[in-house]
Design a protein around this ligand. Sequence first.
Ligand code: AMP
Ligand code: GLY
Length: 429
Amino acid sequence: MNILLLGSGGREHALAWRIARSPRLTELFIAPGNPGMANYGRCFPEVSVQDFEAIAALVRQYKIHLVVVGPEVPLVGGIVDFLHRQPQLEQLLIVGPDAAGARLEGSKEFSKGFMERHGIPTAAYRSFDSGSYAAAIDYLRSLEPPYVLKANGLAAGKGVIISSSLEEAQRELQMLLSGRFGEASSRVVIEEYLTGIECSVFVATDGKDWRLLPVAKDYKRIGEGDTGPNTGGMGSVSPVAFADAAFMQRVEERVIRPTIAGLQAEGIDYRGFIFIGLMNVGGEPYVIEYNCRMGDPETESVMLRIDSDFVDLLERMARGELGDYRLEESAKYAATVVMVAPGYPEAYPKGMRISYPHEPTFDSALFHAGTSRDSSGHLVSSGGRVLTASCLGSTLEEALAACYRLVDQVNYEGKTLRRDIGQDLLALQ
Ligand code: AMP
Ligand code: GLY
């Protein structure tokens, strides 16, 4: 079948890498794609994921059977509804929820309300707008520090603020409500702080059945030892030792089953990935957030650990026929180390020339997250996150060692990374 994959980051490169290996694939098309993905399919750098008309035109021109949507922005913007409204595309197979399903990520207020309606464990919360500022302050006063404030809408991963003092929380609240993230923060969710260790759970669903993809953990802070500001992600590992069979059984019973049942009960036909950010609080799972897509940089590790035919999984999700699909998960460990631009996540330079000496083998990959080609065809950096080294190993130590060997072969000015990915989990062993 012909597949059109939407996106341009490390997550989409990892998806392309996995899709390209399927005997089911005829041809892969990618919009906009990146230079690394060009090895697996035909990229359309001029077509943005938000240009729904141009995407519909690609679907027609290249006789696409299946569209896989990587990032959240087009999903929340209704790309699935748009494509299905086009003449002759009503039955187009798409992996990704419609706008109603994407509200799980697109509106914190919706997702918190959804969890409340379906008895899914999450932090206690209330939501406010500028008209209820005084009530918001009262609610903050009723909570213990640290305080958690969340912009209601999409804010490119920057919409969660954790403040250690009431004064700071009040200042942050005022800034959010006065439009720090525009419309996205015109409503703010304030919630109880949960103490525990986090993991990322990925559910592949056709709206009725589901399969759990390998569990992963990501590293969000820029600094070693989880210090400094949040980033788009500095690394990931899979599996996660504390997400053992007993914990995952609780996750299925208390979180996943009621989530799928809740979507059905609310008339949402969800065919795509649900990424559940989970906090393990003394062995009990609490949902920190839902996302309507795969995680980045978790996908880079997760794709290395899927052994069954991934295109078969994608097609069955989109068709609503997950049925008896057998997901085979590698027993090996995967790790991902992200190389970023100097200064990231604050202002950072672009256009640094990149060199790396070899094309990685089957057990490892260099995924492009923010790269492009300059006018003379050289590979250069074009984003904060530049490349990921993603490797398998028989142990977590081996996977990490392979990543750092690969990282050391990549050169660009100011290459920045964390050398402590996975160390917290090794310390727990
Ligand atoms: P998000 O951008 O929604 O992924 O949130 C960023 C990070 O904030 C999460 O990964 C958590 O580490 C943290 N966080 C969000 N909500 C809470 C909460 N209720 N309690 C503790 N930490 C939280
Ligand atoms: N790794 C977290 C995210 O993709 O949102």
